[in-house]
Write a protein that binds this ligand. Structure first.
Ligand code: ATP
Ligand code: MG
Length: 658
């Protein structure tokens, strides 16, 4: 009879087996794309559990919720038990922080809320409004500065010392005001989730000891994309008594250095964790020979790398060459892709086996139109995120306010939704609340508000009455709470002035309620706050619904870690790939090459690269040049065709080698 360990250890190469069965001490698996790194992480967790390690003693971190969910499912299938602490850096840290945040003594409580990028900008806008002169400073630029500082474990001051900003003093004041207001509103931003946990581990030895004793094994996938903060956090999380850290990564796939990722973390692993066992995986189990040759040749053009080759593990009978298709225009590009998808589908391939990648989100529109015209079902990953939709953000603001009355950003949103109370009145209410040592929302909800407020403004009294009703709605069970708030807010009669139909908005709101009901079924003890935390941490790529048979469209950045039998990469042209903003810096061009490499290595059987000779452009210049990366590819592994239906009138650019 098969033992669970047989299943865990089957279909592994000798090197993979070494990595999976490694028990104590640091280990680094550094290997190329598709060589089974993620398989090793999953199997190793299952193996540890089969060796009677408690699932709760294992902490495994990766970059997307989807990758984490997939890992959990696979482990569940292998050993039945699913470790609770398999998640993204952010979700694992949110859980720690919820438990220990009060030890920081900075005023935050375990009911803290997580501010997303929009909330962060809204808060910064308030901070900027309070400055007498801001010299045209934009909230986006400051949130970027704050995030860069936090991910590098620096202060905004450190960054400003190195960069030339016009009004550095004001910027620093705004950054400080932002931090103060976050704390006062019992809120954290995404980077804080990691930063505050690192601070707890560094400054609170008792908590560090609890965590070290609790987690015996720490695993990290995609280590090449850790930024400095994540790297520091990992070092603090590892118990120095055993150094049980297991990291897997591929320096050639580091594509987030613009967000502070630093692949030298991989190079320094042996130095940081002496006596680390290093395993290299040579074989690629994903892609056909031609795809691998193209990807390998491309990446060999990066000067700043350690050479390694990708050897195909399985020799296909008749591997497809990589297709390079030069099309006349963006319309031809969409048309060619749609036709190829149709053919593949008619040959019995489900739509979900096909993915279309592009460098920037705005490229998706023309591609989308082509798929709609051809009646091909598709999902776009990471367009306007579901949770960033206006009606969803409104509903979330209502819910957040119930959990955390200090959340001023949500109070403003709710007030704007209801109407009648503008920012000035809100500021006056806040002032009155401060005098009474209350939060503004708490003051509004007081039964004797009219007496406390004293001014006889009917609109404010009406708003307060409405807030009190909102406050009195139940917070559990989660599904009912979301439905009750939705009904109370009366979205059907709310006038939204932006695009989108009322029906679509209602569908989204219904989806949100269904989501909450599901959550309630899966987490019977969890409250509204836990639900809101999960919602706040859902990343773009997690909106992928695997149950629907659709083509997947996404940016190259979202494609990391995934694989598809059929891959199309659109817009392999100068200014897209490499992106126009990167061409002046050789390091950034190398990163663009890695991004292209990540895209190509997602393909199992067929990869098609498309470049258009012309595209509409705002400045009237429609001519496009093929990407410089195309010249680096091996001709023997490529079939080059042209496709020109929409007959552009621009002159043909010439390839140097074709
Ligand atoms: P990436 O660098 O893109 O993240 P990876 O190194 O994590 O890739 P996996 O996703 O783990 O690679 O594996 C790639 C594919 O190869 C998967 O479909 C996996 O199931 C398969 N695979 C890995 N190892 C083996 C093996 N020993 N035998 C058969 N198939 C394997
Ligand atoms: Mg992987």
């Amino acid at each position: 009879m098969n033992t669970p360990t047989d299943d865990i250890l089957k279909n592994l190469t000798e090197d993979q087996l070494t990595a999976v069965t490694h028990l104590d001490g640091p280990m680094l698996v550094v290997a190329g794309a598709g060589s089974g790194k993620t398989r090793v992480v999953t199997r190793r967790i299952a193996f540890l559990i089969s060796q009677r390690i408690w699932p709760s003693q294992i902490l495994a971190m990766t970059f997307t919720n989807r990758a984490a969910r997939e890992m959990q499912e696979r482990i569940g299938r292998l050993v039945g038990d699913v470790p609770r602490h398999v998640g993204t850096f952010h979700s694992c840290c949110a859980r720690f922080l919820r438990q220990y945040v009060e030890a920081l003594d900075d005023g935050r409580t375990k009911d803290f809320v997580i501010f997303d990028a929009d909330d962060q900008k809204a808060l910064l806008k308030q901070c900027l409004n309070d400055q007498p002169a801001t010299g045209g400073l934009l909230p986006g630029a400051i949130s970027d500065l704050i995030s860069r500082a936090k991910s590098a474990c620096l202060t905004p001051h450190d960054i400003l010392a190195k960069e030339a900003w016009d009004n550095a003093e004001t910027v620093l004041e705004v950054c400080q005001a932002y931090e103060n207001r976050l704390r006062a509103q019992n809120a954290v931003d995404f980077d804080d989730l990691l930063l505050l946990v690192a601070r707890l581990l560094r400054e609170r030895p008792a908590i560090r000891e609890i965590i070290h004793n609790h987690f015996r094994y720490l695993l990290v996938d995609e280590y090449q994309d850790t930024n400095h903060l994540q790297y520091e956090l990992l070092k603090l999380l590892v118990n120095p008594a055993n150094n049980n850290i297991h990291a897997t990564g591929d320096p050639d796939q580091c594509i987030y250095s613009w967000r502070g990722a630093d692949y030298s973390n991989i190079m320094n692993f042996e130095h940081d964790f002496p006596n680390a066992v290093i395993v290299r995986l040579e074989k690629n189990f994903r892609s056909s020979e031609h795809i691998l040759n193209v990807a390998s040749r491309l990446i060999s053009n990066n000067l700043n790398r350690i050479d390694k080759t990708l050897i195909p593990a399985i020799a296909a009978d008749d591997p497809q060459k990589v297709r390079l298709v030069t099309v006349g225009s963006d319309r031809d590009e969409g048309l060619w892709i749609a036709r190829r998808i149709k053919t593949l589908h008619l040959n019995g391939n489900p739509y979900r086996t096909m993915a279309v990648f592009y460098r920037t989100n705005r490229q998706s529109r023309a591609l989308e139109e082509a798929l709609v015209r051809a009646a091909i079902p598709y999902q776009i990953i990471g367009g306007l995120r579901f949770y960033a939709r206006r009606e969803i953000k409104d509903l979330l603001a209502f819910l957040r306010l119930k959990v955390n009355p200090a959340d001023r950003i949500s109070l403003e949103r709710v007030a704007a939704f209801r109407g009648g109370v503008g920012p000035k009145t809100l500021a006056a209410i806040e002032q009155c609340a401060r005098e009474q040592h209350l939060e503004a929302f708490t003051l509004l909800c007081q039964p004797d508000f009219a007496h406390r407020w004293q001014k006889k403004n009917a609109k404010v009294l009406d708003f307060a009455n409405w807030c009190r009703q909102l406050h009195d709605l139940p917070c559990t069970p989660v599904g009912q709470a979301v439905a009750a708030v939705h009904d109370f807010a009366d979205f059907t009669h709310h006038a939204y002035d932006r695009e989108g139909t009322p029906e679509a908005r209602q569908e989204n709101l219904q989806e949100m309620i269904t989501n909450a009901i599901h959550y309630e079924r899966e987490h019977d003890q969890a409250g509204l706050n836990e639900f809101l935390q999960e919602v706040a941490l859902v990343a773009d790529v997690d909106t992928h619904d695997l149950d629907r048979d659709t083509v997947i469209m996404m940016t190259l950045h979202c494609a990391k870690g995934l694989e598809f039998p059929y891959v199309f990469i659109a817009g392999v042209e100068e200014d897209y790939l490499p992106h126009a903003n990167t061409v002046a810096d050789p390091d950034q061009v190398e990163e663009e090459r890695r991004l292209f490499f990540v895209g190509i290595t997602r393909g199992r059987e067929e990869v098609a690269l498309l470049n258009a000779r012309s595209r509409p452009s705002w400045d009237g210049d429609w001519g496009r040049q093929p990407s410089r990366f195309l010249r680096e590819l091996p001709m023997d592994d490529i079939i080059h065709t042209t496709f020109n239906v929409n007959n552009p009138t621009v002159p043909k650019p010439t390839f140097r080698r074709w």
